[in-house]
Write a protein that binds this ligand. Sequence first.
Ligand SMILES: Nc1ncnc2c1ncn2[C@@H]1O[C@H](COP(=O)(O)OP(=O)(O)OP(=O)(O)O)[C@@H](O)[C@H]1O
Length: 300
Amino acid sequence: MSINLEHISKSYGKVEALKDISFKVHPGELFGLIGPDGAGKTTLFRILTTLLIADEGKANVTDFDVVKDYKSIRKSVGYMPGKFSLYQDLTVEENLTFFATIFGTTIEENYELIKEIYVQIEPFKKRRAGKLSGGMKQKLALCCALIHKPKVLFLDEPTTGVDPVSRKEFWEMLKRLQQKGITILVSTPYMDEAALCDRIALIQDGEILEIDTPINIVKHYPKAIYNIGSKDMYELLQKLKGFENTYTMYPFGEFVHYTDKRDDFNPNELQQYLEENGLKEITIEKTKATIEDTFMELAK
Ligand SMILES: Nc1ncnc2c1ncn2[C@@H]1O[C@H](COP(=O)(O)OP(=O)(O)OP(=O)(O)O)[C@@H](O)[C@H]1O
């Protein structure tokens, strides 16, 4: 097993950041930790990368114990922390050389692994890291996390604050790294990125809500879900809030995702209610649940 957690708990004073967390990540898997701010993702990463000790439970990374074998783990994993971790005053090249040196290696020795990513930032190699764009910083941080050829890669919210094009490119890079045999644990608050993982764990308030493949997670969604559209979104939300049979409703792109309390829900009845309440250009269409819908349902 590449990563194995058994009953891990961690508190900061009265705040229970992680409550009895157990799961496994298989070798070569791209595993996502999906949850909002404060869910406990960073705490989990810090425990697995040996920077923090859990109060209870045990964890292994590549067969090494996170407490007893911390030195071995540090040699065999790469960690890209959530907050920008590079030296802002060093250039791109200097940052990379620095990380290579502390792992007792050189850029040349491991160039093959980072090449594809590094060529994209090479034109800026004399630029200070602090002066790079968000997407460029992220690519440099990934190169630094890979410079010692880790077996397991930990990426804490690597795409937060990065533009959509760079986010897409980043996930394509992760897929290619996975094909090279690297096990990846990645956290993200973006539900669309969750669908790109082999398996995901939905996490909230230090607890795992569900673990499965993205496809199975949405299959478990218990209700029929509808896209409701109208010219006036604000009014639509207000009127749905006042409708006695509304079970859940929340904005989803240009629509509201709606579920009804009843199993024999008739969309025509809702259409009539909304029309009687002055709404115009109403559309009601059945849609498929997304990971976000499942998360909202489980987190209720
Ligand atoms: N050093 C600390 N001292 C006290 N409380 C902390 C500390 N670090 C984290 N917490 C609290 O523990 C909980 C989990 O935080 P954590 O940073 O692990 O979550 P997260 O999912 O990574 O969220 P974020 O993306 O906001 O960092 C939060 O309630 C947070 O406020």
